[in-house]
Design a protein around this ligand. Structure first.
Ligand code: ZN
Length: 339
C-alpha cells in the first residue's frame, strides 16, 4: 500500500513537470534545492577514504556548479557478496519508493549492462590482473526524479595500483557535469532527453572540458584537495590537454569527422577528445561559464540546436567547420585557448 501511494505521487509530479508553462525551477524533475543533495552509497568492502573521496569531490562540485538535484552515487567494491548486498539495498529503496517492482529491479541491478555486478567485476579484474581500470556512469533515474550514478572501485582513492587520486576527482566532476546537463531537461521521455542532450561530441566533450578545467582551478584555489598519492606525478592542465589534442590529430585521419555523434564506432574517442577541445573553443570565445549560465538554461525551451544557435550565434555545422579549421592551426595557437 505504501509503495502504491508513493507511486501515485510520482505520477502526479511527472505530469506537472511536463507542463510547458511551468518555469523550469518551479517544478523541477530532480527536485533541485540550493543544498547538497548528493548521497553516496557504497558496498561494505569499499575503503573509507574512497567513500570520503567521492563525497568530498561531489560536495566541491555542488559548491562550484550548484545542485543538479537529487543524486544517488553508488560505489562498488571488488567483493561479489558485498556487491550483491548493495544491489539489494538499491532494490529495497526502489521498491519502497514505488519506483520498481522487486522482480524488475533485481533483473536490472544484477544482470544488465549497467548493473552493479559489471562495476564490481571491473574493480575485481583490475586488482587481480594489476591492470588499472575503472568505470563510472550517469545511468538514468530521470523517470524517478533523481540522478542514478554508479562507479567501480575508485582505485586512486583506495590507494591501489599507484593510481593518482586526482584522476578520480576528474572522473567524478565529469559525471557530475552530466547530471548538470540533465538537470536542465524536464521531460521524462528517454528519446527526447537524448535529443536535448545534443550530439555525443557535445555531451562528452563538454563534460571532459568542464571536469579538467574546473579540477585545475579548484586545486589551485584549495577548493579541492590534492591527493599526491601516486609515484606518477599528476600532469598540468596544459600537458593533459596537449596529449588529448595529439590523440585528436592522429585519430582524425581515420575518421569522417573530428566531432562524431556516436558512442559505438572506432572514432568514439574523438567525441571525448575532439569534443573537449571544441568545448574549450566555445568557452574561449563566449566565456568560461557560458555552458552553465547561458547554454543549458535555454535547452529546455529551445532544444539543443536552438540553444546552441542562440548562445553561440552560429549553427552547429558552422561551428564544426570552424573547429576543423582550428585543428589546422599551429600548436602554440591552439594552446592559447586554454583558460
Ligand atoms: Zn561522460
Amino acid at each position: 500500500m505504501v509503495s502504491r501511494g508513493l507511486h501515485s505521487i510520482v505520477l502526479i509530479l511527472t505530469a506537472l513537470a511536463v507542463l510547458p508553462i511551468a518555469p523550469a525551477d518551479e517544478v523541477h524533475r530532480f527536485g533541485r534545492k540550493q543544498t547538497n543533495q548528493t548521497e553516496v552509497l557504497a558496498a561494505s568492502d569499499v575503503p573509507k577514504p574512497a567513500v570520503y573521496g567521492v563525497r568530498d569531490t561531489l560536495a566541491a562540485a555542488v559548491k562550484t556548479w550548484g545542485s543538479s538535484g537529487r543524486m544517488e552515487y553508488w560505489i562498488l567494491g571488488t567483493d561479489h557478496a558485498a556487491a550483491v548486498a548493495l544491489a539489494k539495498k538499491f532494490c529495497d529503496r526502489r521498491v519502497a519508493r514505488g519506483h520498481m517492482t522487486r522482480k524488475s529491479c533485481e533483473q536490472d541491478s544484477g544482470n544488465k549492462e549497467h548493473g552493479f555486478l559489471m562495476y564490481q567485476k571491473i574493480g575485481a579484474d583490475a586488482l587481480e590482473s594489476g591492470r588499472p581500470r575503472g568505470s563510472a556512469g550517469h545511468n538514468g533515474g530521470a523517470v524517478w526524479g533523481f540522478h542514478r550514478m554508479t562507479s567501480s572501485l575508485p582505485l586512486g582513492f583506495a590507494g591501489v595500483l599507484d593510481i593518482p587520486g586526482e584522476g578520480e576527482q576528474v572522473t567524478i566532476l565529469h559525471e557530475y557535469w552530466h547530471s548538470i546537463q540533465h538537470a536542465f531537461i524536464q521531460t521524462a521521455d528517454h528519446q527526447e532527453r537524448r535529443k536535448q542532450m545534443g550530439p555525443v561530441w557535445f555531451t562528452e566533450g563538454s563534460a571532459v572540458a568542464m571536469a579538467e578545467t574546473t579540477a585545475e582551478r579548484l586545486w589551485k584555489s584549495g577548493g579541492l584537495k590534492r591527493w599526491n598519492n601516486s609515484p606518477h606525478p599528476w600532469r598540468s592542465l596544459r600537458e593533459r590537454m596537449l596529449s588529448r589534442l595529439n590523440i585528436v590529430k592522429s585519430k582524425r585521419k581515420d575518421c569522417e569527422t573530428a566531432l562524431p555523434d556516436s558512442y559505438d564506432d572506432d572514432c568514439r574517442e574523438l567525441a571525448y577528445e575532439g569534443g573537449a577541445w571544441a568545448a574549450l573553443l566555445l568557452m574561449h570565445r563566449h566565456g568560461q561559464d557560458v555552458l552553465l549560465k547561458k547554454f543549458h538554461p535555454r535547452v529546455n525551451d529551445l532544444g539543443w540546436r536552438g540553444a546552441f544557435e542562440k548562445t553561440f550565434e552560429q549553427t552547429p555545422q558552422e561551428f564544426v567547420d570552424d573547429f576543423e579549421a582550428f585543428l589546422k592551426l599551429p600548436e602554440e595557437e591552439q594552446l592559447k585557448i586554454l583558460p
